[in-house]
Design a protein around this ligand. Structure first.
Ligand code: NAG
Ligand code: NAG
Ligand code: NAG
Ligand code: NAG
Ligand code: NAG
Length: 565
């Protein structure tokens, strides 16, 4: 028996197969959903949005990727430099007809409403003022080289992924961040042991106590058995080319500390300085032996939490002053790493708020002039940037010239005056991310690692309820969906077309209506991120010293990535 139902099914399967082999359908539009504070994109095991990176076929061609408050998400348009006409990026509009086509009653009501609104409108809409700006891009003026962009794979992230039972939806999360058709991330931060975004405090070698030979580090902790497998899967399915992982410890096991606790006023005991250096080396070795080579470590997460802010900070922390850290780096960590098989490991210091820098490094240098030679990079957290201005960054740049400078943690919802939870769909929070990326990249930063890549609806799990927002929010009711926040796309406007090795170039806007940063990639193509935070649409005239002119009108509250030869 050969029933027609089967042949249709067979035909459909065949078509799917052809589509898959043909490699089309890499670009999948966002499935937009209204959430409480704006719009999110919904991903399920069967569906997730991606944008295949644009290619340029002619010298004067450009591609423009756009997102907006109103609902554009990685919308791709193309055109040519030197064209007479002005290009216009139309903002997102609700697809009214489509959702009602099957219901006559509603359709006719909508038509009535539409007619009513057309007739009640004045002939010329009053709201639209257009501002204008000229952007000059000069690729001959070159600044810092980019290391890249990334997110963090905490215990909370690992736990949420573990609860998504379908492999396909886990894979969508990995690809959304690390595939070329996703955000193209290449950096990642992981905790050496636990951090606050975990189900409990933990570290390696909690047992046996008081033994400097660290026999408790011979194999992966059960939690890391899962996490390491997940990260390896991420590498495999995303195709990320050069994933660079940065490790940071939140705290030593309590027995190494002066207060014998995970948190509070506690420092590393002097007799365990070398043991703690060995711990770092052993962790790097353990990860590599389990298939995850490590690119960098830091000297420890937020060292001032354990000496100044223990009243506010309830999670794992270990205090350092710059003076004690200088001694540890100079006598223990530095020599231990540089005399090992992992001598090229990149060592970052500070890993704390920008207001501690460059004082931190000046004090280290004063205590031990040799200590800074072991430090390859400065990593800062963005949390108090609105209060402590960019002069801290500029001074650090000067004092730590020729070192890698990155943001190693950022998220919103950490302040008493902010809601300590995700705001689903918030474009305003996404704009904060955009402003901070722009100012740090303009100030010479080489990269950015955001905090948790996914959190639950409450902004956790976090074992001390230190909940915050994240670029992707899980649905832990069903574990069959996750939501991409506007800030996910904002980060992508910077990361997606700016691979490792790109160089920041000069881009100057003629007025404050546009904020911008531009890069030349290793393939010598140009990428400019254009941010219109205003309430009016904006005419942007791009003048490139090599390529010529281009005029484009972009909607209010929108961000764009311009890509050209
Ligand atoms: C179509 O309209 C009818 C009558 O208003 C309503 O009862 C029904 O729920 C609608 N169906 C859909 C799919 O919206
Ligand atoms: C480890 O050392 C501390 C401090 O000297 C001591 O109180 C503790 O009992 C020791 N632990 C073990 C298991 O020996
Ligand atoms: C560190 O201190 C020494 C003096 O001990 C000084 O010569 C050097 O310039 C300082 N390093 C930096 C980066 O300022
Ligand atoms: C975190 O919040 C939950 C639920 O409100 C509460 O039961 C728990 O005690 C809190 N934990 C901490 C460490 O504050
Ligand atoms: C999560 O999924 C449940 C069940 O499908 C749904 O009722 C709920 O609205 C979803 N949560 C969010 C934040 O969309």
């Amino acid at each position: 028996m050969f029933r027609c139902k089967n042949c249709l099914l067979l035909g459909a399967l065949l078509l799917l197969l052809i589509a898959a082999i043909g490699g089309q359908a890499e670009t999948v539009p966002c499935k937009l959903k209204d959430a409480q504070y704006g719009k999110v994109c919904v991903c399920t095991a069967d569906y997730c949005d991606y944008l295949e990176n644009p290619t340029l076929s002619q010298d004067d061609e450009f591609a423009l990727i756009s997102s907006s408050k109103q609902g554009l998400r990685f919308e791709l348009n193309k055109g040519s430099f030197g064209a007479q006409e002005k290009y216009t990026i139309n903002d997102y509009e609700e697809p009214a007809a489509e959702m009602t086509a099957s219901n006559g009653t509603i359709l006719s009501r909508m038509v009535d409403q539409a007619l009513a609104s057309i007739f009640s409108q004045p002939v010329t809409p009053t709201s639209s003022i257009t501002r204008s700006v000229t952007l000059k891009v000069d690729r001959s003026k070159r600044y810092q080289r980019m290391e890249g962009f990334g997110g963090s794979f905490t215990g909370a992230v690992s736990y949420l992924l573990e609860n998504y039972k379908e492999q396909d939806i886990q894979d969508h999360l990995y690809k959304s961040f690390y595939a070329a058709k996703g955000l193209g991330f290449n950096l990642m931060r992981v905790a050496m042991g636990g951090c606050d975004f975990d189900l409990e405090a933990w570290s390696y070698n909690e047992q046996p106590e008081n033994e400097t030979i660290l026999t408790g580090m011979e194999k992966l902790d059960d939690r890391d058995v899962i996490r390491v497998e997940q990260i390896k899967r991420l590498k495999a399915v995303s195709g990320v080319e050069n994933l660079r992982i940065k490790g940071a410890a939140w705290s030593a096991p309590p027995w190494m500390k002066t207060n014998n606790r995970w948190t509070g006023f506690g420092r590393l005991k002097r007799e365990y300085y070398q043991t703690w250096a060995d711990y770092h080396l052993k962790w790097v070795e353990l990860m590599e032996n389990n298939g995850l080579p490590i690119w960098a470590i830091s000297t420890g997460n937020e060292p001032t939490n354990g000496i100044l802010f223990m009243v506010f900070v309830k999670f794992m922390s270990m205090g350092w002053t710059p003076q004690t850290q200088a001694v540890w780096v100079d006598d223990n960590l530095g020599p231990t790493i540089r005399n090992s098989k992992y001598k090229d490991l990149v060592i970052f210091s500070n890993d704390d708020q920008r207001y501690t820098s460059p004082l931190w490094f000046k004090q280290m240098n004063r205590t031990r002039p040799g200590s800074l030679k072991y430090i390859d990079g400065v990593s800062l957290h963005w949390y108090w940037d609105e209060i402590f201005g960019s002069s801290f960054v500029q001074d650090t740049n000067e004092f730590m010239a020729n070192k890698i400078q990155i943001i190693s943690e950022s998220c919103i919802g950490d302040k008493p005056w902010q809601k300590a939870a995700p705001l689903l769909g918030s474009w305003e929070r996404a704009e904060k991310v955009a402003r901070s990326f722009l100012s740090h990249l303009q100030d010479g930063f080489h990269g950015w690692i955001d905090w948790n890549i996914i959190l639950n609806e409450a902004g956790g799990p976090n074992y001390v309820n230190n909940t915050v927002d994240a670029p992707v929010i899980a649905n832990t009711t069903s574990y069959t969906e996750f939501y991409k926040q506007p800030m996910f796309y904002i980060m992508g406007h910077f990361s997606k077309l700016v691979p490792e090795g790109s160089v920041h170039i000069e881009a100057v806007a003629s007025n404050v209506n546009l904020d911008c940063v531009a890069f030349m990639r290793p393939d010598e193509k140009i990428v400019a991120v254009l941010f219109n935070s205003g309430r009016a649409d904006l005419d942007i005239s791009v003048v490139d010293t090599v390529r010529g002119n281009l005029k484009v009108n972009v909607p209010a509250k929108s961000i764009h990535t311009l890509f050209y030869n």
